[in-house]
Design a protein around this ligand. Structure first.
Ligand code: FAD
Ligand code: MG
Length: 357
């Protein structure tokens, strides 16, 4: 199976880290790009995570931020042994498993997006994710029978989160949680919280393209964050979002993790829980701009999975959330308030209105 994919975990780490750090830091267009002692990047939660402090705090703030990231990885990864999520999955069909408050919080959020999306987002997609293994060793096109066998295990409504007992229970053997679509957003919120606790006044957190800005820029100007061009290398942009402190920009796209199958088709990692195959709806990316990164992460995947029309209809019902959808023909669709925050400046893309119905 031939492959082309964007995955820091398996590439030459040093060069990826260097390139990603430079791009992450350059994402703040108005800031200088020289590496200062208060910049740090590391490979955590399966991606390059970078933090740049522009004002306040010190090295201890960076230490605490990366410690929190590693703590989240150690409890919420579905890809490693010994995590809380792995224990919940191992207990499926057998026992409720103790889970700390942060893990239950993220699972509850994920379940709320499953409900909001009518199942287009589903954190119990784990058995199907494992079949495809996209972005991991052994990625492949599963046999239709394997998908048919895994799909009945995908059922967010069956997950039991018990706050009184501090447990999570998956009632059927073989069920598996995968928080990959939402835990990175939680991690960005947590890093921002930790930085503020350490008296950081201005910083940019970039967890593999999941960006959150903290505080006010020293010169008082708005934060400027580039939105990724899904057709070009990481770091190229389609436009700029101008944001207040606390804002977050999160993108879900077909280019993040994918492989080219023997059949020549492109298989990406956002799976349709109804079919068990990558969601194919003409979209290549969805970016969400909001103030909560866990919500923006949950929503970016949700809106992608719902597709342009249903996704746009959903985002228009939500306060303080804007979205930018890009389709295969380089058409850009934005929610009604997005124009105030985002300016398209790449001439290869066309701002397009959704046909009124
Ligand atoms: P998003 O759109 O936010 O999420 C897509 C991901 O969500 C998919 O990769 C899949 O995991 C899941 N998903 C797919 N379809 C759906 C759906 N319909 N509903 C809900 N979820 C869906 N990667 C590694 O290679 N190695 C690691 O060790 C590793 N550890 C990680 C640990 C943690 C705690 C987290 C949060 C992520 C980790 N990852 C790791 C990365 C992870 O596997 C995903 O690739 C990543 O989170 C995808 O993020 P995204 O923003 O690109 O895409
Ligand atoms: Mg997401």
């Amino acid at each position: 199976m031939s492959r082309t994919t964007n995955r820091p975990a398996r590439s030459a780490f040093a060069s990826t880290l260097c390139a990603a750090l430079c791009m992450a830091l350059c994402a703040v267009a108005a800031a200088s790009c020289s590496a200062a002692p208060r910049d740090r990047a590391d490979l955590v939660i399966g991606t390059v995570c970078s933090v740049r402090i522009l004002d306040g705090g010190d090295r201890r703030a960076l230490d605490a931020a990366f410690e929190r990231l590693r703590g989240i990885e150690a409890s919420m990864s579905a890809n490693a042994e010994g995590t809380v999520v792995a224990a919940i999955n191992a207990g499926a069909g057998a026992v409720p498993v103790p889970a700390p408050a942060d893990v239950r919080y993220v699972i509850r959020k994920a379940l709320s997006y499953a409900e909001l999306s009518g199942g287009a987002f589903d954190p119990t997609i784990g058995p199907v994710v494992k079949l495809w293994n996209i972005g991991m060793d052994g990625e492949r096109i599963p046999a239709p029978e394997e998908i048919a066998e895994a799909l009945p295990l995908v059922d967010a409504s069956a997950v039991a989160v018990d706050d009184a007992a501090s447990t999570v229970f998956l009632p059927r053997a073989g069920m598996m949680l995968d928080l990959g679509a939402i835990a990175k957003g939680y991690a960005a919120d947590e890093v921002a919280r930790v930085l503020l606790e350490h008296r950081v006044k201005a910083a940019v957190v970039d967890l593999g393209g999941n960006v959150k800005v903290v505080g006010r820029k020293p010169d008082g100007s708005p934060w400027r964050i580039g939105i990724q061009d899904p057709f070009d290398d990481r770091g190229s942009r389609i436009g700029i979002a101008e944001l207040e402190g606390g804002a977050t920009v999160v993108t879900s796209g077909v280019y993040e993790r994918y492989f080219i199958g023997d059949d020549g088709a492109h298989y990406h990692h956002i799976l349709d829980p109804a079919t068990g195959y990558p969601a194919r709806n003409g979209l290549v990316s969805v970016t969400v701009i909001s103030s909560s990164s866990i919500d923006a992460d949950g929503l970016s995947t949700t809106l992608f999975s719902l597709g342009l029309e249903r996704g746009m209809a959903l985002v228009e019902t939500l306060d303080h959330v804007e979205a930018v959808f890009i389709d295969e023909d380089r058409r850009v669709y934005q929610s009604s308030g997005a124009g105030k925050l985002f300016k398209l400046d790449n001439p290869a893309f066309t701002l397009t209105a959704l046909p009124s119905r």
